[in-house]
Design a protein around this ligand. Structure first.
Ligand SMILES: C[S@@+](CC[C@H](N)C(=O)[O-])C[C@H]1O[C@@H](n2cnc3c(N)ncnc32)[C@H](O)[C@@H]1O
Length: 211
């Protein structure tokens, strides 16, 4: 039987990731986000939440390395990068990146952030973290929102004008969460990357220019 276009798209991204050396096809969601919002512009200190297996970390490293050469000017720049990833699952090491196996809602995680970034403010927080779905759309959505509310709290480590990307599931709590993001960011956008499964209700919220 011939594949429907969605299955075709999934397989396309899976094969592409394999060929290009990315650990997961979600890599292309982050690339779509970058192409649309330029979130990595002048991002040197980056925190990735829910990182396993690590394709977003691979992409973040690539952009951060490029930034060091690209932005040697009188405006905000750094001559090195710092990237940290966290997941409750194992993340295989990536050279030059700090990975932690921990629940991001564990209060101890804040100490890890403070120690690694050495009190410096972070330029960009990206989160692809998602709860284990139970199949109940309503409870899954509210558990995901609760996780995202914890993630928003980590914005206190972002520099002014820094950015946050979080993954949410569309549903009743979406509008409230959007408003919550508006309390912290000047600009808030929602975006469904082309590489995201059309059948899934996942959507990304992008907070730009932290107040
Ligand atoms: C879709 S995967 C991330 C894929 C990743 N962005 C990549 O490109 O390789 C979502 C991840 O979020 C993690 N996660 C969910 N809740 C978490 C929590 N409270 N703390 C840490 N990680 C969490 C899951 O373990 C899972 O590995």
């Amino acid at each position: 039987m011939s594949k429907n276009p969605q299955e075709h798209g999934q397989e396309y991204h899976y094969n592409r990731a394999k060929k290009e050396g990315y650990r997961a096809r979600s890599a292309y969601k982050l690339i779509d986000l970058q192409n649309r919002f330029n979130i990595f512009k002048r991002s040197f200190y980056i925190l990735d939440l829910g990182s396993a297996p690590g394709s977003w970390l691979q992409i973040a490293k690539k952009y951060a390395e490029d930034n060091i050469g690209r932005y040697k000017d009188q405006y905000y720049h750094r001559d090195h990068y710092k990237i940290m990833g966290v997941d409750t699952k194992n993340i295989a090491p990536i050279e030059g990146i700090k990975v932690i196996k921990m629940d991001l809602t564990n209060p101890q995680f804040k100490n890890e952030i403070e120690t690694y970034f050495n009190e410096n403010q972070i330029d960009l927080i990206i989160s692809d973290a998602s709860i284990n779905k139970s199949g109940n759309k309503f409870s899954d959505q509210s558990r995901q929102v609760n996780l995202c509310l914890e993630i928003i709290k980590l914005s206190k480590y972002l520099r002014v004008r820094g950015s946050l990307v979080v993954k949410l599931f569309q549903g009743v709590d979406f509008d409230n969460f959007f408003k919550k993001m508006k309390e912290t960011f000047v600009i808030v956008k929602s975006f469904k990357p082309r590489a995201s499964n059309k059948k899934s209700n996942e959507i990304y919220l992008i907070g730009l220019k932290k107040k």
